[in-house]
Structure formats: structure tokens, C-alpha cells
Ligand binder design. Structure first.
Ligand code: AMP
Ligand code: FES
Ligand code: ZN
Length: 313
């Protein structure tokens, strides 16, 4: 297998592009895909301050690395969810990478610890309110990401969602015809109202195996295990199904998700972050001031319910 660009020995084959690359040309390919994503979706520019949400996994650490190398002003946020060993290990990976990023680029790491802020880790919080951990976790992460970006004055919040994540999410939304979610599924959600940070997914053009290869080839030490709570999740099943299709017909995932984005852009040239109904009804949460369509936001409601169910509180 030879590199398509320079004809030296290739280290990775990319069947969906009918290509193979050596390490240098693969890095160039990855950087180029991210540059294209940023440009095509008008995610941010050189002057913007970017906050990357890093989980300690390959995608988000690779994203931080890529944005720094492309010369963007990028700091990171880690939310410590308090999931026993998994959080301890992932935090270590993040801190280790952040140490290098501080030395090489002067980048900063913000850490929000759920246990410290709310008095319990997310497993206990989810148990207290009888919700599946992953769904409580989603609410907590969305809230923490937005709050950190807004409070620290970042122009945009970036996450490490890749092509596999987005294609799996699209499959789930289509299978259940969740039209409202389909409307909002985009690699760029603009900051449409005060208090809502702009959110972008610069890795949406890269497959999971490509971000993993990038991390390995560039010596990025990441947590390999998935979150223990994700076992048996629908998302993992959708990813498996899509991988099966991808093996049979390379390019399926890309055609599915990029095709969706093209159709979406044709029907609706500007990306709405939310429906008109949301926009009209959003106002600050009575407890925390974050935007919500209800009196109190779903995060604060969750915390009130959790605290009310602690036996002697
Ligand atoms: P996941 O929801 O685990 O698939 O993660 C999707 C993206 O959310 C990751 O690529 C990160 O950008 C971000 N993320 C997930 N977990 C955390 C965390 N604990 N702290 C900060 N960012 C996170
Ligand atoms: Fe949220 Fe696993 S990362 S439950
Ligand atoms: Zn609130």
C-alpha cells in the first residue's frame, strides 16, 4: 500500500476515499478536512476564542490538538462527572494533554466537577431522580458546556463529535422520525439568543477510525474504554449497523450524513439553532439565569428533584 500523495509506504488506507496515506500526508488530510468543515459551516475565524469540550477520548483530544496546530486560540473544558474509575482515568488523560498544550501553546484547561458543584456524582444524581444515567448525563453536559462557554466569554464551544457519531444520531432520529431533532441536527448551531453559546462540531467530516489513527500516530494518549454507562446503548448499536454497511459499501456513512446536510441546506439555507417557537419563548431560568423555555431550566429542575430525594435533606 503506497501513499496516494507522495508514494512512500502508507500507514492507513481510507476505502471511502479510495486512498491510502503515509503519516505526514494523513495528518495533512485530517487537518484539511477540519479546515474545510470550519470554512463550509462558517464555524469560527482566527480572532475567535474557542472552548473545546474534552472528555479524555480520542476525538476531543485530537480536536484540541488539531485546532492548536492550525493556529486557533483554543482552551478546553473537562466536566468531571464522578463516574468512578472512568472519570479518574479520563481526567488524568486530559490533564496530561493540557500540560503539554499549556507549554507549547499557552492553552488553558477549565475543570468543572459535578460532585463538587452538586454534592453528588452523576450516577447518584440519576438514581435519585430515577432517570437513566446517560440521559441525566446529557442534560448535565449540555448545561455545563454552555455555562462555561458563556461565563468565560468564549465565542464558540466545539465538541469532538465525528462522522460516525453524527451518522448514528441521524439514523436514530430517522428511525423514530424525530422531526424536531432532525431540524436541530447540525455541525453548527449559532448563538441565536443571549446566553446560548454557538456550538460546532469540526470533526464531522472525519470517521471515528480516522480520529483514532490521528491520535495514535501523533502520540496523543487517550482513554480507550467507553463510558461504562454506554454499554448496550442504542447509539452503539446504530454505529455497529452503520459499520457493517460501511464494510460492504465504503462511503455509506458519509453519503448518508453529508447527503442529509446538503438536503437540509437546500431546504433551509441558514442553520437555525432552534425553532421559532423556542426563540419566542426563551428567557432566563429563575434559578440560574441560563436560557430556558420553562420557568426553571431542566438542569435546575433535576437538581431540585435530586436534592429533595436525599433521605434527610
Ligand atoms: P459523547 O457524548 O461521550 O459521545 O461525547 C461527545 C463529545 O462531547 C466529546 O467529543 C467531547 O467533545 C464532549 N464531552 C463528552 N464528555 C465530556 C466531558 N466529561 N467533559 C468535557 N467534554 C465532554
Ligand atoms: Fe455520560 Fe457516560 S459519559 S453516562
Ligand atoms: Zn437553571
Amino acid at each position: 500500500m503506497r501513499c496516494r500523495k507522495c508514494n512512500t509506504k502508507a500507514v492507513i488506507g481510507l476505502p471511502r476515499h479510495n486512498a491510502a496515506f503515509c503519516k505526514v500526508c494523513f495528518n495533512e488530510y485530517v487537518h484539511d478536512q477540519v479546515r474545510r468543515a470550519i470554512k463550509a459551516e462558517r464555524m469560527f475565524n482566527r480572532d475567535d476564542r474557542i472552548l473545546v469540550a474534552v472528555s479524555g477520548g480520542k476525538d476531543s483530544l485530537a480536536l484540541w490538538d488539531i485546532l492548536l496546530k492550525l493556529g486557533y486560540r483554543t482552551d478546553a473544558l473537562y466536566v468531571d462527572l464522578g463516574i468512578a474509575d472512568y472519570s479518574i482515568k479520563s481526567r488524568e488523560k486530559v490533564e496530561q494533554f493540557a500540560h503539554m498544550a499549556a507549554q507549547s501553546h499557552g492553552a488553558a484547561l477549565l475543570i468543572h466537577t459535578v460532585q463538587q458543584e452538586e454534592g453528588a456524582g452523576i450516577r447518584e444524581l440519576a438514581d435519585l431522580i430515577h432517570r437513566p444515567t446517560c440521559s441525566a448525563c446529557g442534560t448535565i453536559k449540555r448545561y455545563q458546556f454552555n455555562r462555561a462557554a458563556v461565563e468565560h466569554g468564549y465565542d464558540v464551544l466545539a465538541t469532538g463529535h465525528n462522522l460516525d457519531d453524527e451518522a448514528a444520531r441521524l439514523l436514530g432520529n430517522v428511525l423514530h422520525w424525530q422531526e424536531e431533532y432532525l431540524d436541530k441536527q447540525s455541525p453548527n448551531l449559532p448563538a441565536s439568543v443571549e446566553g446560548f453559546a454557538k456550538k460546532v462540531k469540526p470533526l464531522y467530516r472525519l470517521a471515528e477510525r480516522e480520529t483514532a489513527a490521528y491520535a495514535v500516530l501523533n502520540g496523543i494518549d487517550y482513554i480507550v474504554e467507553e463510558c461504562p454507562m454506554a454499554k448496550g446503548s442504542k447509539m452503539l448499536l446504530y454505529k455497529e449497523v452503520l459499520n457493517r454497511l460501511e464494510t460492504e459499501s465504503p462511503g455509506t456513512k458519509q453519503a448518508f450524513y453529508w447527503g442529509f446536510l446538503e438536503k437540509q441546506a437546500r431546504v433551509r439555507p441558514t442553520t437555525p439553532a432552534m425553532t421559532e417557537k423556542d426563540r419566542l419563548t426563551l428567557h432566563p431560568c429563575a434559578t440560574c439565569g441560563q436560557p430556558t423555555t420553562a420557568e426553571v431550566c431542566s438542569y435546575c429542575k433535576m437538581m431540585v428533584r435530586a436534592k429533595a430525594s436525599i433521605p434527610d435533606s
